[in-house]
Each structure stands twice: as C-alpha cells, then as structure tokens.
Design a binder for this molecule. Structure first.
Ligand SMILES: Nc1ncnc2c1ncn2[C@@H]1O[C@H](COP(=O)(O)OS(=O)(=O)O)[C@@H](OP(=O)(O)O)[C@H]1O
Ligand SMILES: Nc1ncnc2c1ncn2[C@@H]1O[C@H](COP(=O)(O)OP(=O)(O)O)[C@@H](O)[C@H]1O
Length: 479
C-alpha cells in the first residue's frame, strides 16, 4: 500500500489476554502508529474474524483451537508478504499458541507474543461487552477466565500491564517491542514527525491532482507532510501520484473504493502532524496558506478551527469570484456564538476543507468524520470540532475551490437541501449549545439564499467559461 522508502519486515504480533483486558484497544493503537510510519498493517480481531472466517465456531475447547489455528494460518500468509499482522485474540490455550508460533518460525517469520496482563478483577470491572455480568446472571457459560480456562503465557516476548496506565503508554511499549523483535521497519529510520499534515483523499483525480499537489509543495511553510490516499482510482491517478519525488509525500493506495466520507476519514487517520488540513483533489492552496494558519493555531491554544477565505476557480484555473465566504464569521469568535451564526446562516458559512485547519487531537476526540451524508461532511465536522475550542476566521484568501460540473456541490438539489435542513435543525436543537428560538426560521431564509447563490455561481461558471473570462487568483498575486 505504501512506499515512503521504508523497508518493511512482516511478522505477527499476537495480543493474548482475558476478555476486556485491552487487546483490541492496544491493537488499534499499534495499528495507527505503524500505519503512520507508512507500514502495511492488518488487524485480525477475534470478534471480526469470528463473524466471517470462523462464523461456524463456538467457544468449546475444540472450536477455540480451530479458531486460533485458522487465524494463525491467515496471519502467517500475510506476514510472509511483508504485512505486520496484529492479532487481538484471547487464544486461551498455551499449546495452540505454541503451534502457531512454530509454524511462523518454520517460515522464518517473527512471532511476537504479547500478554495483555490485566487481572480478572479489573477485566470484570471494565466488562466492555457485558460478558462478565451475563456470566454472573447465569446467561453465559464457559467464559474465559471465569468458568473456562485461560493459560497465562510462560515466556511471552512482552507482558504489558494495563492497570493504571494510559493506553498510549502500552501502545508505545508494544511498538518498541516490535522493533526489538525485528517486526516492522529494518531499513530507513522514521521520518521526523512534521507539525502539519496535509491530507488529500483522491478518487479518479487524474485531471487536477497534479495542480493540487504542486500547490501544497510550493507552500512558504515547509514543515509538513503530504498524505495522499488514493481511494481505488482506475483513471491513472496513481501515475500522477507517482510522478512526484518530494520526500514529504506519503502515498497510500487502496485497491477498493470506500464512500467519500470514509475516504476523507481514512486519509486524516494517516496524519502524523499535530495540525491537519484536508484538501480535495481538485482544489488549490495559495502559497501562504499553511504559514498563516499554522501561525494562528500555534499562537492561540484556545482555537480549535481556523478558516480563511477562498477564490472560486473553474477547470482552467480561471477565477470566477474571489475572496469568498466568512462574510458573517470573520475574526476570533467563541464557539457558542459561531454555532449560532452557522444555524442562522442555514448552510456552511465556514468553508470547504481546503480553507480550514484543525488539530489532529481534536479530530480524534470528536470521533472523526461520522456523517454518512457527504453533502454536509465539512460543516458537520466543523460544528463538532467547535466543541473543542473557538474559531478564527481569517480575511486572507488561502485556497481556491474548483467549481465544475458533476461535483457534489454542483449537482446539489432538493435532496441535498433536505439533508442540509436536517443538519441545521439538529444543530439548532443540540443541547450542547445555547438555543435561540427563532434562529431556525431565520436559517430557512439563509439556506434558500445560499442555495440560490450556489446555483447562480455554477451557472455563471458555465457562462464565463464559454466567454474565456480570465483573472489571476488574488491570493496567488498577493503572496
Ligand atoms: N464464552 C466466551 N469466552 C470468551 N469470549 C467470548 C465468549 N463468548 C463470547 N465471547 C466473545 O468472543 C470474543 C473472543 O473471541 P476470540 O476469538 O478472541 O476467543 S478464542 O481465542 O477463541 O478463545 C470475546 O472478545 P474479547 O473479550 O474482546 O476478546 C468476547 O466478546
Ligand atoms: N492501558 C490500557 N490499555 C488498554 N485498554 C485499557 C487501558 N486502560 C483502560 N483500558 C480500557 O479497557 C477496555 C479494554 O477493552 P478491549 O480493548 O475491548 O478489551 P479486549 O479486546 O481485550 O476484550 C477499554 O475500555 C479500554 O479503554
């Protein structure tokens, strides 16, 4: 999936332990760290595998053994192809764990056994899935560690204590253990973590992607990484991505295509920088964009979101209109006040992803992009991020948004209008923010005006395009 110049050595990391010990939680953290380093990682979680590969199995001794052997077999195949396989699976019996280890060793593949060492009393308190309670109530029999055996590993490569320790610390311990046991990179050292990650999720982006990438590489601010995640494009996008040699680029390609919201989320989840900007694969950043927005967030820890203005350009980079958006939301604005302005606006007065920068920690804290409706993806994310801090609307134009036929924004019709209304209504009623009767009525006027304005803009784009109207982007001229 990635290159990045990293030489990967595959292997299996088996996280064994009682139910609710923390196996899955630590596995997820390890996956994130390793992916952040550009390595190929696959988590084979007990629950997920049992739903698919082992749907025929229960929890008898024989079935558990079969389950662990099958997972061990799949892990070995993946590891042989250079993948780091992280396996959070109870695997309660020592002899089957030993068999899986032996099969790896026969193939010369590293096998790292990690005992997630959380005492039963603590697991019973955590009881993430309510299994211990069900067992006590007599609804479940044969629960590992209670009325079914768990054989504690004698000599695991690593024993991780979780009680009283933050998850991140346990994750770091496992990652450090992997390096020691030859799993993961054996070649280039980790690239240093940059302060900013610019993330480009791209699907069928051959036509404009090169311009987008160049606009990122030409920034006046240089301490960034550029994460490009190709969402299974088949139009030659991969060639465009491959044509750039800048070491700050980290490339990922998925063979399958996920929905736009998920593609956005996966690209951001690859970010390593503390600050994040997402750029759609046809938009363009103006050269001082990162410089201006990093300075704002670095100097004011109370800010969760910074946004600049945008120019609207057409398919030939002709400026259709400049310095747009943020008319009603310029300057530093408290989050409660801003949410009210968003409601009254009835649409997205903040801007598209390219105009915005946020903090990765905040993105993770709010659970990332959840909205399945791609039309309100950006504004619903901005609104949730505001729960983490205030907003700064910058009056400089920082990016150019490409207006072209066939895009989500261009084709927005009645259904999208309904989706937008549903979002605004939910926001107006959200108890996290102060509520103002009457704002929802105001927002209806705002939403209709915004929709009409958008329709006019797209119509104008078509006409201007035919007339050959041409002007340089203002932000580009300034910087
Ligand atoms: N009786 C019993 N004992 C243990 N676990 C049970 C049981 N019934 C259901 N579950 C749920 O199944 C998850 C364990 O699956 P595994 O594949 O990891 O188990 S095993 O290795 O086959 O023992 C396990 O998930 P985790 O606790 O997250 O590991 C449970 O959610
Ligand atoms: N240091 C820690 N490492 C892992 N999990 C922890 C830690 N401290 C607390 N927890 C919590 O313990 C629970 C473990 O759940 P989970 O990872 O699903 O367990 P398992 O996969 O072993 O069944 C989570 O709610 C997690 O937040």
């Amino acid at each position: 999936m990635s290159d990045g110049g990293v030489q990967a050595c595959g292997g299996t990391v088996w996280l064994t332990g009682l139910p609710s010990a923390g196996k899955s939680t630590i596995a997820d953290g390890v996956e994130r760290v390793l992916r952040g380093r550009g390595l190929r990682v696959q988590v084979l979680d007990g629950d997920a595998v049992r739903a698919e590969l082992c749907a025929d199995l229960g929890f008898s001794r024989a079935d558990r053994d079969t389950n662990v052997r099958r997972i061990g077999w799949a892990a070995r195949l993946l590891a042989a192809h250079g993948v780091i396989v992280v396996v959070p699976v109870i695997a309660p019996f020592a002899d089957v764990r030993q068999q899986v280890r032996a099969r790896h060793e026969e193939d010369g593949l590293p096998f790292v056994e990690v005992h997630v060492d959380t005492p039963l009393e603590e697991c019973t308190l955590r009881d993430v899935k309510g299994l211990y309670a069900r067992q006590r109530a007599g609804d479940l029999r044969g629960l590992t560690g209670v009325d079914d055996p768990y054989e504690v590993p004698d000599a695991p490569e690593l024993r991780v204590i979780t009680v009283g320790r933050p998850v991140e610390e346990c994750v770091r311990e496992v990652v450090a253990g992997l390096v020691e046991h030859r799993v993961g990179h054996v070649g280039a050292p980790d690239p240093p973590t940059p302060s900013v990650s610019v993330c480009i999720p791209v699907y069928q982006g051959r036509e404009f992607l090169a311009r987008t990438v160049r606009s990122v590489l030409d920034q006046t601010y240089s301490d960034f990484e550029l994460v490009i995640r190709d969402n299974g494009s088949t139009d030659g996008t991969a060639d465009v991505v491959g044509s750039f040699a800048d070491p700050r680029i980290r490339r990922y390609r998925s063979e399958s295509t996920v929905p736009l919201t998920e593609s956005f989320d996966r690209a951001v989840r690859l970010a390593r920088g503390d600050l994040v900007k997402v750029v759609c694969a046809d938009d363009v950043l103006h050269p001082r964009c990162l410089e201006l927005q990093v300075a704002a967030l670095a100097s004011d820890p109370g800010l969760a979101l910074v946004a600049g203005r945008v120019d609207m350009i057409d398919g030939d980079d002709r400026v259709l209109t400049s310095n747009r958006l943020l008319r009603h939301v310029a300057g530093r604005i408290g989050s409660d006040d801003l949410v009210r302005r968003v409601v009254r606006h009835g649409g997205n007065p903040i801007g598209p992803p390219a105009s915005v920068m946020f903090r990765r920690a905040d993105y993770e804290a709010v659970g990332g992009v959840r909205d399945r409706e791609q039309f309100t993806l950006d504004i619903s994310l901005w609104a949730r991020l505001l729960a983490r801090g205030d907003f700064l609307g910058q009056t400089e134009s920082v990016a150019a948004f490409r207006v072209r036929p066939g895009t989500v924004t261009a084709t927005a019709g009645r259904r999208e209008f309904t989706v937008q209304r549903a979002f605004t209504t939910a926001l107006a009623r959200d108890a996290s923010w102060s509520r103002h009767p009457g704002d929802l009525a105001v927002s209806l006027v705002g939403a209709r005006t915004a929709r009409a304005r958008r329709q006019m803009l797209f119509a104008a784009a078509a006409v201007l395009s035919r007339l050959g109207h041409h002007r340089r982007p203002e932000g580009a001229a300034r910087s």
